[in-house]
Design a binder for this molecule. Structure first.
Ligand code: DAH
Length: 338
């Protein structure tokens, strides 16, 4: 039995020595130490070894097992080292790493978040409506007559079905009041669409933010205070704000709001940032007809509304000269807002 053990050990060590890849090494291990391995089988023979020889044979078996196991481990790490070296061949570990570029918020997103946060502090809740609208919600319910230029095919994207891409977010005023009685205090940021010639100040898709506040005793003073506060929060507490009489079909009286722009190297000038006004009673009357109730009784409730272009506000805020920069996604431009 002694010779047998020595022979197994010698053969195993030779096989391990000769192994040049992990697979061969594993085969060698299984052949000797596996369940049916040669050494395992010999070990099973211990049962029949006479008592006086047991110690000697046992020691021999242990020595063989230890020698083989050690040889397996040594060879395994040697093979691993070769594999590692191969994997790294041709790789220069001293090269500087590649920087991970962090994304950042788009300027329009930053501005929209700021605008929403200022108005929410004043109690305005977010509302929304569809971008594919019908003429009723976009125009008729907003007291806009059929011959109004905004309804022109040249200015508005119409679908064959007669629906259209909303030309302003004011339609959300109507959708909100249809769905709930006063008091209403909402803002609706969202896209609007016009068939404009694209240039430095016009895109056919742009971003607006609509506001509506209807309750008992809402006054022009409330409108003025709310929007002055808004623009001063957005552009700085020193910002001058001016209300200029204007006309919108759905408000009476109506105003355009200008803020005074102090651009570097330019004489200060007024620039238009929003439209607003007191909700025209005709809007309330037509709403009641649709709702079949008197919730928006023009003798009992009043309201103000406003709408502003977020792209324009972003351009003013950061001195952006061309609106197209906002949609081109040139990272050299976007990086500046990180
Ligand atoms: N919808 C108007 C536009 O797109 C802006 C506007 C003016 C909205 C007056 C209003 C408002 O709510 O009261 O030009």
């Amino acid at each position: 039995m002694k010779e047998q053990i020595e022979a197994i050990q010698a053969e195993a060590l030779a096989r391990i020595e000769a192994a040049t890849e992990p697979r061969a090494l594993e085969d060698a291990r299984v052949a000797v130490l596996g369940k049916k391995g040669t050494l395992t089988e010999v070990s099973a023979g211990m049962r029949d070894v006479p008592k006086e020889d047991k110690a000697l044979i046992g020691a021999l078996l242990n020595t063989a097992r230890t020698a083989i196991t050690t040889a397996l481990e040594t060879k395994q790490s040697a093979l691993q080292e070769v594999a590692d070296r191969k994997a790294l061949e041709g790789i220069d570990l001293t090269l500087p790493g590649r920087a991970v570029h962090h994304g950042s918020l788009h300027p329009l997103t930053i501005l929209r978040h700021q605008a929403i946060s200022i108005l929410r502090r004043m109690g305005f809740a977010l509302a929304e409506g569809p971008e594919i609208e019908d003429e009723f919600h976009c125009f008729d319910a907003l007291n806009t007559p059929a011959d109004h230029p905004a309804r022109n095919e040249k200015d508005t994207f119409y679908f064959d079905s007669g629906k259209l891409l909303r030309t302003h977010t004011s339609s959300v005023q109507i959708r909100t009041m249809e769905a709930q009685p006063p008091p209403v205090r909402i803002i609706a940021p969202g896209s609007a669409y016009r068939r404009d010639e694209i240039d430095a100040t016009h895109l056919s898709v742009f971003n607006q933010l609509e506001g509506l506040y209807v309750d008992r005793d809402v006054s022009l003073g409330d409108l003025k205070g709310t929007l002055e506060y808004f623009f001063r929060e957005l552009f700085g507490s020193e910002t001058e704000v001016r209300f200029r009489p204007h006309f919108f079909p759905f408000t009476e009286p109506s105003f355009e709001i200008d803020v005074k722009l102090h651009a570097k190297g330019q004489a200060p000038r007024w620039i238009e940032v929003a439209g607003c006004g007191m909700v025209d009673p005709a809007v309330f009357t037509s709403l009641n007809a649709g709702r079949k109730d008197d919730a928006y009784n023009p003798d009992k409730v009043t309201g103000f509304a406003f709408g502003m272009g977020l792209d324009r506000l972003a351009m003013i805020r950061w001195g952006i000269k061309d609106i197209r920069l906002l949609i081109e996604n040139d990272t050299r431009f976007l990086k500046q807002f990180a």
